[in-house]
Design a protein. Structure first.
Length: 158
């Protein structure tokens, strides 16, 4: 297991609800019982993140083309996410979009959840910088500057 995998494993281990569910799974006999008990905690695989992302962009007055340009991605890449042709957008692309448009932390967490990405986590320094950026309505440039000043990878490559 490499360093990133260990970090992801520790994140999921320390996520309280996941840990509770993991502890309880041994007491449940069938998937049907598990699903009935924890259906609200399970990711809905039928939900397309593109639908939610498009609604967020629209809510904050951004077209996909404008948002793609401002995060340094091609408009076709973002259109592919919205049209569910891009099945695995990076976490940083999704975070860049959320910071860019001024999404709330809850909206960001929801988008990450449905994309199957790790939510922002308060024990990761980089995530906390991004979290504060969202809370304080910082620009994407400002969040990137803050990340850079702490020697952390930027959300966008430019």
């Amino acid at each position: 297991m490499n360093y990133d995998e260990m970090q992801d494993a520790s994140f999921y281990k320390s996520n309280r609800m996941s840990a509770v569910i993991e502890d309880m799974i041994s007491d449940i006999d069938t998937f049907e019982q598990f699903e009935k008990r924890f259906s609200e905690e399970m990711l809905n695989e039928d939900v397309h993140i593109g639908d939610y992302l498009y609604k967020l962009l629209d809510k904050y007055g951004y077209t996909p083309n404008k948002a793609a340009l401002l995060i340094g991605r091609s408009h076709s890449y973002l259109r592919n996410i919205i049209n569910s042709n891009e099945k695995n957008p990076s976490r940083d692309v999704l975070l860049s979009l959320c910071v860019l448009i001024g999404a709330t932390v809850d909206e960001t967490q929801h988008l990450l959840k449905y994309a199957g990405k790790a939510p922002l986590y308060v024990r990761r320094k980089r995530d906390v910088i991004i979290w504060f950026g969202l809370m304080k309505h910082k620009s994407l440039v400002d969040v990137n500057l803050e990340l850079d000043s702490h020697g952390m990878p930027l959300l966008t490559k430019e």
